[in-house]
Design a protein around this ligand. Structure first.
Ligand code: SF4
Length: 334
């Protein structure tokens, strides 16, 4: 592990200014904020992340889960995954988020991992995590070892010839179905980004994963007011029942009224290079009576642009079945 400077900040302004100052002084040298450290520390030990400066933000007052003025919920950037998953308002109004969080990692990791850290979780592509192999995401322009190598766990939607890595998070899939908004503060201003616009597909620049600019910090995530009468479900399919990443997952937020689907949001995990909102599936479902044939058409639409690799063609059918089952579960709980 390379040496680095370590600073603690107690206010958001101080953290942002520290990062900005360091960026200027070191001409773009890597600055990283650390909270739970459940991704960053691992990657530093592997020499994948080599920051010159670390700013510890654990003392910032960003760990609360509280109602928003609009009637939704504000998740502080430093709210621990366990606290969010077990929050009474989350369980009551946004169960898909609680289910997604509890399906991820282990209790110990969920006690440390934070809302913002989970948003910025890096891919589990084995080549990204192993500096002996070429990886465009880790070192732009070096090539992608996964396309001709082991790619069973990797993406089938949103891929490019330069990267096929999946976003590994469960939380981010649920937040996508809930249409969360991410609040960001930088050295000069604050901004709000809908989660669907926060993540980028890899294209020719897989090292740029989101729209966060150097020196900016995520301060919170805002959930919109819950839609009355909706049911939500997170279904995760994986190789083992715990402590495993998704092969395919689906987050559904659905309202059935008068025998027809009046509100539907579908997001997929395990198959996309970013948390994958399926507008195609929603279009098939909206306004129609829920039944298995409709769900299957929605699942077909969701995966119609899938481009499987040598080892992960099974994910296309697995994801379809995951969508159908999650929609069925959402209907039954209605
Ligand atoms: Fe790197 Fe992406 Fe290729 Fe994996 S899929 S080796 S992360 S470029």
């Amino acid at each position: 592990m390379d040496s680095f400077t370590f600073t603690r900040s107690t206010t958001v302004d101080q953290a942002v200014q520290l990062a900005a100052k360091s960026l200027t002084a070191q001409q773009g040298a890597q600055v990283r904020f650390v909270a739970g450290g459940t991704t960053l520390v691992d990657l530093m030990k592997l020499n994948v992340e080599r920051p010159r400066e670390i700013v510890d933000i654990n003392s910032l007052p960003l760990d609360r889960v509280e109602p928003s003025p609009a009637g939704g919920l504000i998740l502080g950037a430093l709210a621990r995954n366990s606290d969010v998953a077990h929050n009474a308002a989350v369980i009551r109004d946004y169960p898909v988020l609680s289910q997604a969080l509890l399906s991820g990692a282990s209790p110990q990791l969920r006690n440390m991992a934070t809302t913002a850290g989970n948003l910025l979780q890096r891919t589990r592509c084995v080549y990204f995590r192993d500096t002996a192999h070429a990886c465009n995401k880790r070192e732009p322009g070096t090539g992608c070892s996964a396309i001709t190598g082991h790619n069973r766990m990797l993406a089938v939607l949103g891929t490019s010839k330069d990267c096929i890595a999946t976003n590994p998070s469960d939380q981010n899939v649920a937040l996508t179905a809930l249409e969360a908004t991410i609040q960001i503060q930088g050295p000069k201003n604050k901004r709000s980004i809908p989660i669907h616009d926060f993540y980028l597909v890899p294209g020719s620049t897989p090292h740029i994963e989101n729209v966060l600019r150097p020196g900016e910090i995520i301060t919170s995530v805002t959930l919109p007011p819950p839609v009355a009468g909706t049911n939500s479900t997170y279904l995760k399919l994986r190789d083992r029942a715990a402590y495993e990443f998704a092969l395919a997952s689906a987050a559904i937020v659905m309202k059935v009224s008068g025998g027809r689907i009046q509100h539907i949001r579908v997001a997929l995990g395990g198959v996309g290079t970013k948390p994958w909102r399926s507008f195609e599936a929603e279009k098939v479902l909206e306004g129609h009576a829920p039944d298995r044939a409709l769900f299957q058409r929605a699942a077909e639409a969701a995966l119609k642009d899938a481009r499987p690799q040598s080892e992960n063609a099974f994910k296309v059918e697995l994801s379809r079945r995951c969508i159908v089952r999650a929609l069925t579960m959402s209907t039954k709980s209605a």
